[in-house]
Write a protein that binds this ligand. Structure first.
Ligand SMILES: Cc1ncc(COP(=O)(O)O)c(C=O)c1O
Length: 383
């Protein structure tokens, strides 16, 4: 990791050769965590969800920043691979794999990396028993293997239905080397359907009250903030900590610089397909960022669909977004020069563009925008 001065760090490249980068404000991440903690109270522990490379923010850096705040007691990933990346970077503490494990070699890998698997079916529990039997004597030191049981109360993705949870718990209790340390569910409609979520939480409460498991959890960001009864022993925020919900500070910015400027006459077509033509004599700037970096092609500007900020002014994207570049209309914005900073997500002067705004213009959700920022875009960390 190299310092480039004034507290800015880039993990992948010592300097930027192509002026397009993602900026991550780790201080904002920590202050979002404190704000989240204040809102949910002292009791529930926080599992910070860092799957999909911490929603595009960089899993290792986000996880380390969150753990160093002392506000987070465990991490959530979606796969053995994601957990292994954290372990190999020296991240300690419990890491729950939120996805179901398949096939059973992945259970062995989970044990070797000291990850906590999710059991979502009796078959899953059997795989864990089988994996435990195949451990080499030296690997038995890693036992007992903690695991969490996933109960489906209305998400319809993975998880056992309430009635069969008892049988799986009994099976796991009889499995040597395994300890069932948690039971959880997921609330898919916490943002938009209070009645559905409350009914789900009632069902879940009824199921877990008959079980004797130390850690019960159900809440993502929206559920934890909106439904106190969802907090149980632990909550699992992602979105709020990344500042992608109202009331929290965005952690991620996507920035680039003008690399080419030209004047075009009225009627000039811009980019593939000629879908955009200048309605007047125009000044067009080219930015070295495109759909290969994760800027959705759906933002292609046939009209004033989406814009970037240059010197605090909105400049509409014009013509199709290409793989590596896009064009913006800077007519009448006098201060624009080669090298001018362009903000696709983030703040410039008094204006800002959130991932949510970009998502709405592209017909998607902010999760997809930030997780879609590709690996070729260097992440630069501000501490
Ligand atoms: C099981 C589970 N818990 C928690 C979260 C975090 O959700 P959010 O980012 O909305 O807080 C996710 C995210 O998809 C998830 O799949």
């Amino acid at each position: 990791m190299k310092s480039t001065g004034s507290g800015v760090y880039s993990v992948r490249f010592p300097r930027l050769y192509r002026p397009t980068w993602v900026e991550i404000d780790l201080e904002a991440l920590r202050s979002n965590l404190s704000r989240f903690r204040r809102k949910i109270g002292k009791r529930p522990e926080i599992l910070f969800v860092v799957k999909a490379d911490a929603y595009g923010h960089g899993a290792v850096e986000a996880a380390k920043a969150a753990l160093s705040s002392g506000l987070v007691s465990c991490l959530g990933v979606s796969s053995v691979e994601e957990g292994a990346v954290l372990r190999e970077a020296g991240v300690r503490g419990p890491i729950l794999i939120l996805g179901s494990l398949y096939p059973f070699e992945s259970t062995l890998a989970a044990i070797r990396y000291r990850l906590t698997p999710t059991v979502a079916s009796l078959d899953g529990a059997r795989l864990i028993r089988e994996a435990e039997r195949r451990l080499k004597p030296v690997e038995r030191r890693r036992l007992p293997l903690a695991c969490h049981l996933k109960i489906d109360t209305g998400m319809g993705r993975i998880g056992v239905r309430g009635a069969s949870s008892r049988a799986i718990i009994d099976f796991l209790k009889e499995t040597p080397g395994v300890s069932l340390s948690g039971v959880y569910t997921h609330c898919p409609r916490a943002e938009d359907d209070a009645a559905y979520t409350r009914a789900q939480l009632r069902r879940f409460t009824k199921i877990v009250s008959a079980l004797d498991v130390p850690c019960v959890h159900a809440a993502n960001s929206a559920a934890a903030l909106r439904f106190p009864e969802s907090r149980f022993d632990l909550v699992r925020p992602g979105l709020a900590v990344y500042g992608l919900m109202p009331g929290f500070t965005p952690v991620l910015s996507l920035k680039s610089r003008v690399v080419f400027l030209k004047r075009v006459p009225k009627g000039a077509p811009i980019s593939y397909g000629g879908v955009w033509r200048a309605k007047r004599a125009s000044r067009i700037a080219t930015l070295p960022v495109g759909y290969g970096d994760g800027v959705p092609r759906a933002l292609s500007g046939a009209g004033k669909r989406s814009s970037v900020l240059i010197a605090g002014r909105r400049c509409p994207i014009v013509g199709s977004v290409t793989m590596d570049m896009l064009m913006v209309d800077v007519t009448g914005i006098g201060s624009v020069d080669i090298g001018a900073e362009a903000v696709l997500i983030g703040r410039s002067g008094s204006r800002s563009i959130g991932a949510g705004e970009l998502a709405a213009a592209a017909g998607t959700i902010s999760y997809e925008i930030v997780t879609g920022l590709s690996a070729r875009v260097p992440r630069v960390y501000r501490r």
